[in-house]
Design a protein around this ligand. Sequence first.
Ligand SMILES: [Zn+2]
Length: 166
Amino acid sequence: MKKEIIPIVHEAVLAAGGQHSLAKSIGVTPQRVHNWLRNGIPAKFVIQVAWHSGVSRHKLQPDIYPEEKMSLYQCENCGCMENTALGFYWTARLRNDEYKDKKLCSACGPTKSEDGRETPYGKWHGEFPRIYLPKGMFITDREGNLAHKLNGDTNFRAYAIYPEEK
Ligand SMILES: [Zn+2]
């Protein structure tokens, strides 16, 4: 018996520009993406599919990502507050030495990956007010909140600074 197409996977593939476009973006064969329509997305690709489609990882894989809530983090370059839905927290796959393993906001990352493909970086620059925080002073706690490194305070807005003060 042929399995049914999983609606949310179908939605994600369409939102990412179709099977070929999504396959190219994440570096797998279109056939592989096609298989996901009925078999589901393997855990190791969920984050990338969520990124390219805008469909949340929770919707794609509720067993692995039970919380809809987005994590906050601090950009290592400019110090602004960013969330995991907008910023490109997962930079390792770009394999670009300058940026590798850095947590960057959507405005600070490379706009092209090593092989010349466009990245999701740089696209939200200036579209909404950013909250800048003292650089290197905030970490993401277990609940996904930003917490002050020294005192654990999650009311990060109290530490906001103007960009000129960075
Ligand atoms: Zn930044």
